[in-house]
Design a protein around this ligand. Structure first.
Ligand code: NAD
Length: 487
């Protein structure tokens, strides 16, 4: 098989197999071919991973922060040197076009490692003057953190969780999605090569129950999940039962609001990026595009014209701009929503079904799809589809569109297009979303905290904010005088 790893898991600085674990394949979504076969972790393997992390964490927490930072920055350099090979692996595992994986996956992971590597030596506590006596605070690691990944950005998610966890002196056991198990193993090898002590970053494979075993493990302090809202609810409830800290990066149905003074071509570009990049499989996608009625038909014409330029095809060909969906179940789900949209009476502007790519007849391809005249209550406007299906809704009034944009259980992201700077800020201030854009969409630089309001999540990744979620503050009161007592 063309992407078979040396073994399924990476524990204590080396590859480990669990022959008794449940076998599962990794499928190349462009052909349906199995590219690797792995075994999910059995109980012994989960135990070994946590035990290795406990030992590794002791050594790592005692390592000077500046040295920790050097290891992360070295790993960033290696990721960049191997970007092409890592991108090809990510394309095989996810089906995302190489055109994207070359710039958005390992590259974003490298940015993240470099950013936190740079922060390492700056993480300090504070001095609190109590008038003679004083207190100080220290920022301490949590211990062993569990990372659980989704399948859309496998190596990026592994890096976004590992880098802030490790810089704070924690160890991590990472469980990739069972759909895309491969690149996290390469990342673990790279960390070892960069000088990370054995056991500080471990990878175990498996389905939800392996994730649950890790969360419930008594020696695990925290879980950070990227996944869907239903999985987030299960993880939060398990973490609550065991009083574990939890960061949840979940799904969305985010609004992108285009006012009548917007630059239409830029707004169309943003709507394309917000719906069709990674074949629509992005949590922060702006899938409810509210367009002012004065420019709606012009917007739709340009959108249909430009959507016709999408190049569907072999993801390994760098001219391909849209690859297949990640799996057959995801294909069936997205095709199902396209049918629902038609039945609900939305106007199909383009796409609307599976796509034939002659050279790849078994690939999970769908057409980039735009529905117009979508109404707020339609299922396609309320439920996360996680495929290239854009819903365009009309509006005339600012207050009305803000209320409609907020009328959802989700709150991951939002965008506004207008040339009126006051309106842009006024609208953004009212939107219930954790990550917002003005006159662009879906840019997520590492420096900017990322995360959701409402059911889209708890906590933040990236930026200085993530440090809060991977460390705890110890306060120390220092008495400089005598101790008084009642008797
Ligand atoms: P999913 O919820 O099916 O699975 C996510 C991960 O959770 C997988 O590794 C899975 O094995 C694990 N899991 C499942 N049940 C579990 C349980 N009971 N306990 C512990 N772990 C369990 O999500 P997916 O289909 O892989 O990814 C798509 C979803 O992820 C979408 O909803 C998308 O919006 C969301 N997502 C969010 C972000 C973000 O940062 N907010 C980023 C990417 C994807």
């Amino acid at each position: 098989m063309r992407a078979q790893p040396k073994a399924s898991h990476y524990i204590g600085g080396r590859y480990v197999e669990s022959p008794e674990g449940h076998p599962f394949p990794s499928i190349y979504p462009a052909t349906g071919e199995a590219i690797a076969s792995l075994n999910s972790a059995d109980e012994k393997t989960v135990e070994a991973a946590v035990a290795a992390a406990v030992e590794g964490q002791k050594i790592w927490a005692a390592t000077p922060p500046a040295e920790r930072g050097r290891v992360l920055r070295k790993a960033a350099d290696i990721l960049r040197e191997r970007n092409r090979a890592l991108s090809e692996l990510e394309t095989l595992d996810t089906g995302k076009p190489l055109q994207e994986t070359l710039v958005a996956d390992a590259a974003s992971g490298a940015d993240c490692l470099e950013y936190y590597g740079g922060l390492a030596a700056t993480l300090t506590g504070e001095h609190i003057d109590l008038g003679g006596s004083f207190a100080f605070t220290k920022r301490e690691p949590l211990g062993v953190c569990v990372g659980i990944g989704a399948w859309n950005y496998p190596i990026q998610i592994a890096c976004w969780k590992a880098a802030p966890a490790l810089v704070c002196g924690n160890a991590m056991v990472f469980k990739p999605s069972e759909v895309t198990p491969l690149s996290a193993l390469q990342f673990a090898e790279i960390l070892t090569e960069a000088g990370l002590p054995d056991g500080v970053f471990n990878v175990v494979q498996g389905f939800g129950e392996v994730g649950a075993q890790l969360i419930a493990h008594p020696q695990v302090a925290k879980v950070s999940l990227t996944g869907s809202v239903p999985t987030g609810a299960k993880v939060a409830s398990l973490a609550g039962e065991h009083l574990k800290k939890a960061t949840l990066e979940l799904g969305g149905k985010s609004p992108l609001i285009v006012f009548d003074d917007a630059d239409v071509d830029n707004a169309v570009s943003a709507a394309i990026n917000a719906n069709f990049y990674s074949t629509g499989q992005i949590c922060s996608n702006g899938t409810r595009v509210f367009v002012h009625t004065a420019i709606k038909e012009r917007f739709l014409d340009r959108l249909a014209e430009r959507s016709a330029n999408a190049v569907l095809g072999d993801p390994m060909d760098e001219t391909t701009s849209i690859g297949p969906l990640v799996s057959k179940p995801q294909l069936d789900k997205v095709l199902g929503y396209m049918e629902i949209g038609k039945q609900e009476g939305a106007r199909l502007v383009c796409g609307g079904g599976s796509a034939d790519v002659a050279a790849l007849p078994d690939g999970f391809f769908v057409q980039p799809t735009v529905f117009a005249d979508v109404k707020d209550g339609m299922r396609i406007a309320c439920e996360e589809i996680f495929g290239p299906v854009m819903c365009v809704l009309d509006f005339d009034d600012e207050d009305d569109v803000v209320a409609r944009a907020n009328d959802t259980v989700f709150g991951l992201a939002a965008g506004v297009f207008t040339k009126d700077i006051q309106r842009a800020h006024r609208v953004i201030d009212q939107l219930e979303a954790g990550t917002c854009w003005i006159n662009t969409y879906n840019l997520t630089p590492i420096e900017m905290p990322f995360g959701g309001y409402k059911k889209s999540g708890i906590g933040r990744e990236n930026g200085h904010a993530a440090i809060e979620y991977y460390s705890q503050i110890k306060s120390v009161y220092v008495e400089m005088g005598d101790v008084e007592a009642a008797f």
